[in-house]
Design a protein around this ligand. Structure first.
Ligand code: NAD
Ligand code: DAU
Length: 349
């Protein structure tokens, strides 16, 4: 095996797409998926590759120092792609400390284990930290986030991600750990937990439930199809310059209300419902506290240096995503039973 790649959070939404891509594309790498299987982690996301000979799943919590140190001792992971995180802004408003624990402390535990394992022998090693555009805060009506935009996080989630980014960079400067960081915009696609806007609304439309639009719906996000993000991660992992940050985005800004209207139209078509029936479910609700007005990424650095750009248009990606949720009702029912019901009740009652 030419590399032993530890992927954290590989049972989650983006992580499962990254694990699949690496397992299938690099049979000579051993891929270790370390995941605590929180509410957001789901091994059903990976049934198609779970028996691959170059794949190992390890259930474990990145905040558990003893476990993580002994895993590095046993397996000698030489490359890390770190995705494990608490990832939902609304949950961070309810329980900020859980975000500090996983996103900040968990990242520190991994950095220490990586550093201790390789003891300055960092040749051919890499710590790749996956981050978010939310660390840059909020844009007004114009402008784009670049890699040099000052950090200005507004939610406990984005503050915890910003903090973890700083620690990765600090470990690079102080201990010479070889690292790279990417900050990506909003992902959508198959296997996303239905707490995030697009899968939540798909699920509610299927079930004829209200579509809770925060505030006036005039917030803007830049959407990227998850498999395009996984392709970017593969490129940065292999060709990105160490010690660098790359922004990843979809060149695809949508105001929430326009995106929701498009989604409603596509869902009416797919479900053979009268045009306009899903739009009638739109319900304006209390705004998210500290709601960032607009995110938009300037992804020209990764395009210029590594030749990456999105391959899927939003209309195509949304169609594929809707089809996936409609064809995977068992997956959807499994993740929306149990604890999801009490989360939903608390968040939207
Ligand atoms: P997700 O919530 O779907 O998955 C997170 C995964 O991490 C889950 O499998 C969960 O079980 C695991 N996990 C959580 N706490 C853990 C712990 N203490 N130890 C081990 N595993 C743990 O998240 P996602 O949307 O796939 O995001 C993945 C990463 O990408 C995160 O770091 C997130 O900040 C970043 N990101 C997400 C987006 C997006 O739009 N979803 C955009 C940019 C960056
Ligand atoms: O920008 C990258 C980030 O994108 C990632 O780092 C986060 O992990 C990911 O959750 C996402 O954060 P957002 O807060 O932008 O995503 P979310 O899907 O929660 O919300 C998208 C927009 O939709 C936002 O303006 C809030 C709004 N919204 C969301 C929900 C869940 C609603 O109007 N109603 C809702 O019920």
């Amino acid at each position: 095996m030419s590399k032993k790649v530890l992927i954290t959070g590989g049972a989650g939404f983006i992580g499962s797409h990254v694990v699949r891509l690496f397992v299938e594309k690099y049979p000579n790498y051993q891929i270790y998926n370390l995941d605590a299987l929180t509410y957001a982690g789901n091994l059903e996301n990976l049934v198609d590759i779970e028996l691959a000979s170059n794949y190992t799943f390890i259930k474990g919590d990145i905040t558990d120092e003893n476990v993580i140190e002994s895993l590095f001792d046993t397996y000698k992971f030489d490359n890390v792609i770190h995705l494990a995180a608490e990832s939902h802004v609304d949950r961070s408003i309810e329980d900020p400390l859980a975000f500090v624990k996983t996103n900040v402390v968990g990242t520190m535990v991994l950095l220490n284990a990586f550093k201790n394992c390789w003891n300055e022998d960092f040749n051919d090693k890499l710590f790749y930290h996956i981050s978010t555009d939310e660390v840059y805060g909020s844009l007004g009506e114009t402008g784009l986030f670049t890699e040099t935009t000052a950090y200005d996080p507004n939610s406990p989630y984005s503050a915890s991600k910003a903090s973890s980014d700083h620690f990765v960079r600090a470990y690079g400067e102080t201990y010479k750990i070889p690292y790279v960081i990417t900050n990506c915009s909003n992902n959508y696609g198959q296997n996303q937990f239905p707490e995030k806007l697009i899968p939540l609304f798909i699920n509610n439309i299927i079930n004829n439930k209200p579509l809770p639009v925060y505030g006036d719906g005039n917030y803007t996000r830049d959407w990227l199809y998850v498999k395009d993000h996984a392709i970017a991660i593969d490129l940065v992992f292999h060709k990105g310059r160490q010690g660098e940050t790359y922004n990843i985005g979809g060149f695809n800004e949508w105001k929430n209300i326009d995106l929701i209207t498009l989604l409603c139209q596509q869902m009416d078509n797919k479900l053979n419902r009268v045009n306009g029936s899903s739009e009638k479910l739109i319900t304006y609700v209390k705004d998210r506290p500290g709601h960032d007005l607009r995110y938009a990424i300037d992804a020209s650095k990764i395009k210029k240096e590594l030749g990456w750009e999105p391959s899927v248009t939003f209309e195509e990606g949304l169609k594929v995503t809707i089809d996936w949720y409609l064809n995977n009702k068992v997956w959807l029912n499994n993740v929306t039973s149990g604890a999801y019901k009490s989360y939903y009740q608390k968040q939207y009652s």
